[in-house]
Design a protein around this ligand. Sequence first.
Ligand code: GLN
Length: 259
Amino acid sequence: MLNFILLGLLVVSLLAISGCVDKTAEQAVEPAENVQTYVIGTEPYFPPFEYADENSSSTIIGFDVDLINAIAEDQGFKVQWKDLEFDALIPALQSGQVDIIASGMTITAEREEAVDFSEPYINAGLALAVAAGNEEIKSVDDLKGKVAAVQMGSTGSQEADKLKAEGKIGEIIYLAHVNDIILNIQNGRADFTINDLPVTQAFMSQNPGVIKIVDDEITSDSYGFAVKSGNTELLTMLNQGLANVKEDGTYDQIMAKYF
Ligand code: GLN
């Protein structure tokens, strides 16, 4: 009998506790429901712009991540990062799988037809790099018959395509990530790469003696964040947030942290 009474009391008190917990939980999530979450598409193998944290591979860090987080805080929205291959980013934006692309994406006239870009947020033109010990290639004029390793869907690969069409280079190997490009240069399968200058420079400072830059001004370009064509509301928030974090010094802090 006593056992039954105790059991009854236990059930009643558990119900009371769970009732309380539920209520608090509801109250706690209520304000968050008003905050919009935007999904950010990125290819996180592109240091120093977006890459896996070495202490926790599921966490993406980098210049773009800090800048988007600062803009989100300024504009009062939340972000959720989605890992995609670079050449899948624009299709994902167009199909509504992601709301924003933040992936070291160069603003080009061709891409402007498919997406809307924010104001430029950093200068990043293309550079020509070769193995550190290569004494043969000193400029774009020395690439005849030479093999390129470039990132699929990137402006570097478009530049290589252009040079190939003009008969100025040999074969092109298209790869998914910058690391694969470097491996191909290291093992001699490729002679050179054309890639974004700040990314090549960051690789060189982390891994001295592997590659060297022989032309740092093939093009002068800028990165922008992309939204779906016509999404002016989100574009205005990004541009306003970018202007604010530039104004209040946050942008300079992020710049100093990564460069
Ligand atoms: N900036 C280059 C482009 O936009 C490469 C970007 C990247 O690989 N993340 O094509």
